[in-house]
Design a protein around this ligand. Structure first.
Ligand code: NAP
Length: 335
């Protein structure tokens, strides 16, 4: 068809033909997006081969908050892939227990070192210094910024104590930044590295997380920080990624038993390590992946209404429990 013929054809199209044409084109685009999404889902959640982490990035991994919960499960996963570990956590006794458990499981195949640092109390250059001293001379190829704190239960902003606000900012946002700054120079020298920041679906999927506002905001920081540093450091061979879990059964969520939608840290971390080195932002573990797609599809108005109601309910439930317990404690002390 010549350009003149095409012009003539367009001029002669009726409104009905035009509307049908546009509708068909939009339908085809939606269908191909759906097919592409389904193929991507299957590929990235099960068929895509995980990276050989030690070979691609280096033989040591540093995990913050690695003595408990998701961090501990990740350290077992990474050890099973042949990586040596540096675990950073705030409590020396918990670090020793975690190290013992790793040695019982992997024997001398895996070296484990600990860095005892309270990421809330130590500040900026002191965190950088403690980490640099702890990793000196080691080929640290992977950093997992996992340490995190949350609210005891959902609360209005004016009810949160300044200490809790400070610890959320220091541990969730600050520590991830300082730890990243601590490892970057050695990764840049080696021209390889992976930095995995544990974000949250509360920021990745939701537009608002009412009554848990500072937690959600720190996780939004983590995600944006990851996206920007991913672009900045690609040229140095460093892959930065933000992983966004929904709920995982840890002490943070006060759940011990796992389920399909709230997996154990072990189940979640098996999925997590398969994603390292791929997408900038991802939702590992396929049921979470499906839920996050559904969440992104729903209008914010509905999600905001639902989470406000849910968190108000949890606030009332837990505040009654906590206040009841403290009243009982007071009456024991002053009968
Ligand atoms: N569990 C979930 O449903 C969920 C969902 C989305 C995102 N996440 C994120 O996943 C990460 C891990 O959470 P988790 O569920 O495994 O929580 P967790 O069981 O409470 O573990 C958090 C770890 O971070 C350590 N940590 C906390 N404050 C620290 C500090 N000031 N200095 C050094 N270490 C500190 C904790 O040490 P202690 O044991 O001494 O407290 C613990 O080892 C967090 O970033 C969290 O926000 C979790």
């Amino acid at each position: 068809m010549t350009p003149e013929e095409l012009h003539q054809f367009i001029m002669e199209l009726s409104l009905i033909d035009f509307t049908l044409g546009v509708a068909t084109a939009l339908g085809l685009i939606s269908l191909s997006k759906l097919i592409f999404g389904a193929v991507r889902f299957v590929w990235s959640n099960s068929l895509r081969p995980p990276k050989d982490l030690a070979k691609t990035y280096g033989s040591w991994a540093l995990i913050t908050g690695g003595a408990n919960g998701i961090g501990q499960a990740l350290s077992f996963q990474l050890a099973s892939k042949g990586l040596n570990l540096i675990i950073l956590d705030r409590d020396q006794a918990q670090l020793e227990t975690a190290t013992k458990m790793l040695h019982e499981e992997f024997g001398t195949r895996v070296e484990v070192r600990g860095i005892a640092v309270d990421l809330n109390r130590l500040k900026k250059d002191d965190i950088i210094k403690a980490i640099r001293e702890g990793i000196e001379g080691l080929d640290v190829g992977i950093l997992i910024n996992n340490a995190g704190v949350a609210y005891m239960y959902p609360t209005f902003l004016h009810e949160v104590t300044p200490d809790v606000v400070e610890s959320l900012l220091n541990v969730n946002a600050g520590a991830a930044t300082w730890a990243t700054m601590a490892v970057l120079p050695s990764m840049m020298r080696r021209k390889r590295g992976a930095i995995v920041n544990i974000g949250s679906a509360s920021a990745h999927v939701l537009d608002a997380y009412p009554l848990v506002s500072i937690y959600g905001a720190t996780k939004a920081y983590v995600e944006h920080f990851s996206k920007s540093t991913s672009v900045e450091y690609k040229r140095y061979g460093i892959d930065v990624q933000c992983q966004a879990p929904i709920f995982v059964a840890t002490k943070m969520t006060r759940r011990r038993k796992g389920s399909l939608l709230v997996p154990t840290p072990k189940t979640w971390s098996e999925a997590s390590v398969r994603w390292i080195g791929y997408d900038e932002v991802c939702v590992p573990y396929w049921p979470h992946y499906v839920l996050s797609l559904m969440g992104k599809f729903l209008p914010s108005l509905i999600l905001n209404w639902y989470f406000m109601r849910l968190n108000l309910h949890l606030r009332d439930l837990y505040s009654k429990k906590v206040n009841g317990a403290s009243r009982a404690e007071d009456s024991k002390k002053n009968p």
